[in-house]
Design a protein around this ligand. Structure first.
Ligand SMILES: [Zn+2]
Length: 327
């Protein structure tokens, strides 16, 4: 294709990619968080790391052609445990083939001829909400994704805190919430009560009736079904307990909740807030739990923010987490 097709432009863009177990979404993003172009395809999760990377690269090329612009850098939020420093997927669920050990950042960078930074998808969600969403201006926060499972992320002092093995913030797999077996094989984790899958299972156990998913349980709760209401009471209280413990330990005041179960915020919030009120942090500052407001775009926007952060700040408008803010 002609070189002049990608003429230099003041409207710089980066790519943000959300690479999940079922679908991959790519966006081209302006410095202010505006999405200039977007595309989603099914993830070729069974075809291996190289196929998933090639598919992601093809999406970026397609969007570049649409806009007539090259990306300056690429950010990816991927499912699994990610070695962010080395750009490698460390561990992945069974829905992926040949994903653990895959050097995603180096492979995608070679395909696109641009710098690539990768992170876990829940970290990308938290970064998105802190850069462009409900936590804009915050330096310290806890992010919780209530999807099929329960994911967590931490930001401290203006940066994502990854931990030495990239697994910091995994609030879903903290114990003491039930006597039920978790998706990870252990007993009693938060995820056994608060994930979308668990909410459907716990409702089925209580009521003796199967539910299609958490969304259906939420509809039943809103219509007054006592078992459905009790299921969300338990989930919200467990979530509040986990948030209270984590926030007390870290002296973090702001929490954002996203993921599919965020759609049942009207049901989760009352028991969650009751639990937080009963467990005020010793600082005396009440916790503020924000429902995420970027919806399904949080991870692509967070990945785009991570891409901007890799570029020379003197040439690019500052967009990412600001230090020294009130929260
Ligand atoms: Zn677990």
């Amino acid at each position: 294709m002609a070189a002049d097709m990608f003429a230099a432009s003041s409207n710089n863009v980066v790519a943000g990619i959300d690479l999940g177990g079922t679908k991959t979404t790519a966006v081209l993003c302006r410095p202010d968080g505006t999405i200039a172009a977007q595309v989603t395809i099914p993830t070729p999760a069974k075809e291996g790391g190289a196929a998933m990377s090639a598919a992601a690269a093809a999406l970026v090329r397609q969007l570049e052609a649409t806009l007539g612009q090259r990306v300056l850098a690429v950010g990816v939020g991927a499912a699994g445990v990610i070695d962010q420093k080395n750009g490698v997927v460390t561990a992945a669920s069974a829905s992926f083939t040949d994903w653990a050990g895959f050097p995603l950042a180096a492979d995608l960078s070679a395909r696109l001829g641009a710098g690539v930074v990768i992170d876990n998808d829940v970290n990308a969600f938290l970064r998105g909400e802190m850069s462009y969403g409900s936590l804009a201006g915050c330096s310290n926060a806890i992010g919780i994704m209530l999807g099929t499972g329960v994911g967590g992320a931490l930001a401290l002092g203006g940066s994502l805190f990854h931990g030495p093995r990239g697994a910091a913030g995994e609030i879903g797999h903290t114990p003491g919430f039930s006597t039920l077996r978790c998706s990870c094989g252990k007993i009693g984790h938060l995820e056994t009560l608060a994930s979308g899958r668990s909410i459907a299972q716990r409702y089925a156990e209580r009521s003796g009736r199967a539910a299609g998913g958490a969304e259906q349980v939420a509809q039943l709760a809103r219509m007054g079904d006592a078992h459905a209401r009790a299921t969300f009471e338990t989930a919200g209280a467990a979530l509040g307990q986990a948030i209270s413990t984590t926030a007390t330990l870290l002296d973090v005041q702001d929490v954002v909740v996203g993921g599919g179960v965020r759609g049942a915020w009207d049901l989760l919030e009352p028991p969650l807030i009751r639990m937080l009120k009963d467990n005020m942090p010793v600082s005396g500052y009440p916790l503020i739990v924000h429902p995420g407001n970027l919806g399904s775009s949080s991870a692509v926007l967070g990945s785009a923010a991570a891409a901007w952060a890799t570029l020379d700040p003197s040439t690019i408008p500052a967009t990412t987490m600001k230090e020294g803010s009130s929260c």
